[in-house]
Design a protein around this ligand. Sequence first.
Ligand SMILES: Cc1ncc(COP(=O)(O)O)c(C=O)c1O
Length: 372
Amino acid sequence: MLYLDNSATTPLLPVVREAMLPYLLEEFGNPSSKYYSKAINATKAIEQARKNVANLLGCKPEELSFTSGSTETNNMVLKGVTDYYQTKGNHIITSKAEHPSILDTCKYLEDLGFQVTYLNVDKYGRVSLDNLKNALSDNTILVSIMWGNNELGSLNPIEEIAALCKESNVFFHTDATQVVGKIDFSLEDLPGISFLSCSAHKFHGPKGTGVTFIRRDEYGVPVPLTPLLHGGGQEGGIRSGTLAVHNIVGMGKAAELANNYLEENILKLKMLEEQLTNILNAKFGRKIVFNNDKINKVPGILNVQFRGVNNEILVKKLAPVIAVSTGSACSSSKPSHVLSSIGLPLEEIRNTIRFSLSHLITEEDLMVFKSL
Ligand SMILES: Cc1ncc(COP(=O)(O)O)c(C=O)c1O
């Protein structure tokens, strides 16, 4: 079976698993313990992983707090910032094409009395800078716009948004879950990004681990926010709870590899995307329509309508040969809100499936389409 659902999750690389194993076995120490070697080894492993992830994101290791993944980070930032700065303002801005972990958190915040502007997106799911400019007010405390869309792959104009937010003195959070390891960027060059979410299992690390990037100023002081989890004070008090050492080590190893092979992996993904596009066009011609943009996107995500074919039935039929999805794994039972936000009628949404590639796939693997 050919796995083409890498935006949902990616396979763990064998070398990542090897790096994790000692921390599930003999090196089981708690990094919050002291003095004995198992505790020290666990702490050292955590700090090495933090450095590796920081190298990949282009930030300082101390700007990263480990979490259970992007759902947690998105909740942490939205709830933490709005709680901490509620006396400064009660307005936040996001987009209609965000992940449910942003949209549902925004709904929750609306119930608490915050005002949320959900920006419209264009036909590829991108926000416009002008719309964002018009939505900003003296009351705005946070803007949260995803970097790359998980269904369409489109990249938002993050550099411009970050600059605008900095100029407007508003915190900017970006959900970078789908772009880490797939586009080249450095947080050092983007001072307008105050917070960022990223998740290990989207770049061949383990599930259940991610980081929250929280920018520090020139004096090393992080942007303050109310913690989501209170307790033992781990991660500088911002995220309490015993660290999942094995998972964090896995994330660190996956980040090291993603960083070392970034250019190579991007080229491979672009090449595979082009090849799959050609195969689909040759095989299905006018029976298909691509919903995704061809440029300015996360390489390796294709969002395709098969005219007149029900996507649930198609995904089910393909399942023994090819693993694909109708869209986001987090909302796969409902028609896609992302496709609805770009103006697709329900009928076309119900004809759409997402193919998402990984650099581990070979050109020969894609030949399976020819035999369909
Ligand atoms: C854009 C985006 N944000 C957030 C998430 C949630 O990440 P996690 O699985 O780490 O909670 C996903 C996962 O699909 C995603 O694609």
